[in-house]
Write a protein that binds this ligand. Structure first.
Ligand code: MRU
Length: 357
């Protein structure tokens, strides 16, 4: 597939000493690239949704951890290791639901200790570990690009010319390193002349659908229609939607899926209207440690996101009680299929296929 955007949403500078992220919190009004140089800045970029989307969070944390170690000035290996573990633990808790974050940071820790065990006495351990960590973080990003291409190709096989897709939140280029998961097949379809039509939910309260999905689809020339979250039922009833494509933050062993809050409501609607409901994501999102969706921690975010953010003045009575869960669980039996880079799986059978391999 041709590159859709001239930039990636998360990059490590050539010298490995800056993490460059496109600030998603100010899109679509401004394209601002942040150059982060400390663990604290990365932590806040993730918690404040400047970088968001499950794969992008994992990539930013891995590249960011490598960046911090490249900047650290010490000749003492114990000091270097303590700092590595401190930053890893800190970034680990920046968001709780997307498993990609923990997956990427655990992979960095394995790389640290495997490299340390192999360093010879003649070598400078800190230098060797720095090079290995940078290489590993860059590999995580490169693999993500390849995974997105695989997901895009597999998802494309489900589409027909003129197809109408409904999507929620943002699982596109901005949420990964390139192309996207739920939006990847749509970009393929667009480049192959299928003229897909996409309905994007605005995705309250943080408006990832209107600010990010509509922005990136329109940039790519895709026929895009923005709807409020409560309009999904009418567009389905009017037969404007042939399939629902959404991303995922974590897939439990029984096939239940955590994704942006509102996803499970779409799955229920899709079942009612007889519309296929697909979840698209890399196999690294499968978490065999969670037996069902009940084991997945649902992030709760601050009340101001619901009452104030993106409004020009507060849109709820001061002090109103707010409940703001950022994700919900879609039960496996409402999911038509999970589209991964390794193929399309029946949600409840997916874990079996992977534990056998
Ligand atoms: O809170 P966000 O914006 O990080 O939530 C993102 C989603 O729910 C996405 O659908 C998911 O991370 C998949 S991104 C390919």
């Amino acid at each position: 597939m041709d590159k859709i955007f001239p930039y990636d949403s998360v990059e490590l500078s050539e010298d490995g000493k800056e993490l460059i992220v496109l600030d998603q919190s100010v899109l679509p009004n401004a394209e601002v690239f942040l150059r982060l140089t400390s663990a604290e800045e990365i932590f806040f970029a993730i918690t404040l949704l400047k970088v968001r989307g499950a794969p992008a969070i994992g990539i930013a944390a891995a590249l960011g951890l490598a960046m911090c170690m490249n900047r650290m000035q010490t000749g003492n290996l114990q000091e270097f290791e303590d700092e590595f573990l401190r930053i890893k633990r800190h970034l680990y808790i920046s968001r709780p639901t997307a498993v990609n974050l923990m997956w990427a940071l655990d992979r960095m820790e394995r790389c640290y200790y495997e490299t340390k065990a192999k360093v010879s006495e003649k070598e400078d351990a800190i230098d060797v570990i720095r090079v290995a960590l940078t290489k590993e973080a860059r590999a995580i990003k490169e693999e993500d690009i390849q995974m997105c291409l695989g997901i895009s190709e597999n998802g494309f096989s489900l589409l027909k010319p003129g197809v109408g897709i409904l999507t929620h939140c943002n699982a596109g280029h901005l949420a990964v390193s390139r192309y996207g998961t739920a939006l990847g097949p749509i970009y393929f379809a667009q480049q192959r002349g299928y003229a897909p039509r996409v309905y994007c939910d605005e995705t309250r309260p943080m408006l990832q659908g209107s600010r990010l999905t509509a922005y990136e689809l329109m940039k790519a020339g895709v026929d895009t229609t923005l709807i409020c979250d409560d309009m999904a039922s009418i567009v389905m009833a009017q037969k404007k939607v042939d399939a629902v494509f959404v991303g995922c933050d974590r897939i439990a062993a029984n096939g239940d899926v955590a994704n942006k809050v509102g996803t499970s409501a779409l799955a229920i609607l899709a079942r009612y209207y007889g519309i296929p409901f697909y979840v698209l994501g890399p196999t690294s999102t499968l978490d065999l440690n969670c037996s069902s969706g009940k084991d997945i921690v649902i992030e709760e975010r601050p009340a101001y996101e619901v009452t104030d953010t993106y409004f020009s003045s507060q849109m709820a009575p001061k002090g109103v009680k707010v409940y703001n869960p950022a994700f919900d669980i879609t039960p496996a039996d409402l999911i038509t299929g999970i589209v991964t880079e390794k193929g399309i799986f029946d949600a409840s059978e997916m874990a079996k296929s992977f534990s056998l391999k």
